[in-house]
Design a protein around this ligand. Structure first.
Ligand code: AMP
Ligand code: ZN
Length: 495
């Protein structure tokens, strides 16, 4: 696929990506609700959009990436009734709600940094945009698309649909079915219709997070923040909106209704949803008790793990499947990824040491040149085909094969020609580091290791085999091997 294509949840098919403003991309991703530690499931979703951000930038788009922090309005149970997730935690821990928010925002940033995520262009928070949210509620009431009831304001779905709205079209739900599902629920007597959702909620005195509004003291409904913040920073209509599959309904469905209600225009051109990270086939989630915290992986302290895994191994593991397929998390799968990642990583290190050597006696090996060229285009084609990182990684392995052949002197660089050699080395680094966001995790040890290898060579020459064995053992203990190649001595990560 030459052009970039994404699967659009709205049209239910792959579509060619044509940004609204040529050369520019506006992208909004629902961020975390900062009341607890991020787990690996969350990481998978944010990784999908990190890759998208990186890839769009690599294609020279000017990207504005907005990822919010939900710090108010997301209620326990995800509905319109009950405690605020952050308020509940604040009571439990006897903290100010903003202390809870700060603690888990810090954790979120720390985890994403460990996984080598790029920061978004803007990271707005819901509490920082109360004025915009109150204004939006006023407009929706003026337009007759929302009504006040006991100090709360609800979005009127029937009215919205009468006026041409299509509530349910993103998630493919039929209004009648939705009505049947929700009819039984209690506590919705304030609503004209059980499907109507809160855009402003009146707060009882015990509810900690509340602000004055034209409808009394209260707080904004969860879905409203994303509508207001995306419109503020990306405009009434923008290119890409992302999030995990589980946000499709009701969160994103409600965002479409609010955005369309406010401006009369569909707010988002391409809706992209990342699939779930599962454990034994079940969605990884805090409430199901099957979640893994990143540090449990890095230390190997989770009962289901028999060893520790580094952040880059986990990042690589997640990239080995395309974002729309489910990904099941297991010790065995991670082990396989660790091995494969180390092979690629060794390739990165080796490739930085290779130099082109001109040799007129070497004929160009057309077959190898063609295979390298096709791996490079194949990498782009895979990502153009709805961000297929799994196939892109396979192309990287083809490139690795040639890097290793050069490294062990099986292939002369002249057989490729200087241009293809440079392309191979340059693109390997670009794909590995910039686009897939992978990196060497122990980079600064290289000088020390090189020094030890010099000693190793000297001991070897002087037949001091006790010392030779000692150094070998040291490398092994640290997950490395010494390579006695014909033309040089080197080290590599043990694969
Ligand atoms: P939350 O903080 O619960 O609102 O979730 C933050 C993001 O993580 C949302 O986009 C969710 O869709 C996503 N998410 C939650 N659980 C998983 C999971 N098991 N796999 C992938 N994404 C998830
Ligand atoms: Zn959102």
């Amino acid at each position: 696929m030459k052009d970039l294509h994404f699967y659009n949840t709205l049209s239910r098919k792959k579509e060619k990506f044509i940004p609204i403003n040529e050369g520019h991309v506006g992208m909004y991703v629902c961020g975390p609700t900062v009341y607890n530690n991020v787990h690996l499931g969350n990481v998978r979703t944010f990784l999908t959009f990190d890759i998208l951000f990186r890839y769009l930038k690599a294609l020279n788009y000017k990207v504005r990436y907005v990822r919010n922090i939900t710090d108010v309005g997301h209620l326990v149970g995800d509905g319109d009734e009950g405690e605020d997730k952050i308020g509940k935690m604040a009571k439990l821990e006897q903290l100010e709600p903003m202390e809870v928010v700060q603690r888990y925002t810090n954790d979120f940033h720390h985890v994403l940094e460990q996984f080598n995520f790029l920061s978004p262009s803007i990271e707005p928070s819901a509490t920082g945009h109360l004025i915009e949210q109150i204004e939006a509620v006023k407009v929706l009431i003026e337009k007759g698309l929302a009504y006040e009831s006991n100090g709360s304001v609800y979005f009127d779905i029937e009215k919205y649909n009468e006026e041409g709205g299509n509530y349910g079209h993103l998630s493919g739900r039929i209004l009648e079915d939705l009505l049947n599902e929700t009819r039984e629920l209690d506590g919705q007597s304030e609503k004209r219709n059980p499907l109507d959702f809160a855009i402003w909620k009146s707060a009882s005195p015990e509810h900690i997070m509340q602000w004055p509004s034209p409808w009394g003291m209260g707080f904004p409904g969860w879905h409203l923040e994303c509508t207001c913040m995306s419109a503020k920073y990306l405009g009434d209509q923008f290119d890409i909106h992302g999030g995990g599959m589980d946000l499709k309904f009701p969160h994103h469905e409600c965002e479409i209704a609010q955005g369309t209600g406010l401006t009369g225009k569909e707010p988002v051109k391409y809706w992209m949803h990342s699939n779930m990270l599962t454990v034994n086939g079940q969605k990884m989630s805090k409430s199901l008790g099957n979640s893994f915290l990143p540090h449990e992986l890095f230390t190997g302290s989770h009962p289901l793990l028999d060893q520790a895994y580094s952040p880059m191994t986990v990042r690589f593991f997640m990239l080995q499947s395309q974002y729309r397929s489910t990904l099941d998390f297991s010790n065995e799968a991670l082990k396989g990824s660790q091995k494969a990642f180390k092979r690629l990583l060794n390739g990165l290190r080796v490739s930085s040491t290779l130099k082109y050597k001109a040799d007129e006696t070497q004929a160009i090996d057309e077959k190898k040149v063609a295979e390298i060229e096709s791996a490079i285009t194949g990498f782009y084609e895979a990502l153009n085909d709805d961000l297929n990182t799994a196939v892109a990684i396979a192309q990287l392995f083809t490139m690795l094969k040639y890097i290793n052949m050069i490294y062990v002197n099986q292939l002369h660089t002249s057989a490729l020609g200087e241009e293809v050699f440079d392309k191979l080395i340059g693109n390997y680094k670009l794909f590995f580091e910039e686009i897939l966001g992978l990196k060497e995790e122990n980079g600064d040890q290289t000088a020390v290791l090189d020094g030890m290898l010099n000693l190793y060579s000297e001991f070897k020459e002087n037949r001091r085999y006790d010392k030779v064995d000692e150094i070998r053992a040291y490398f092994k203990e640290n997950g490395m091997v010494i390579k006695d190649l014909k033309h040089r001595i080197d080290w590599a990560w043990e694969e």
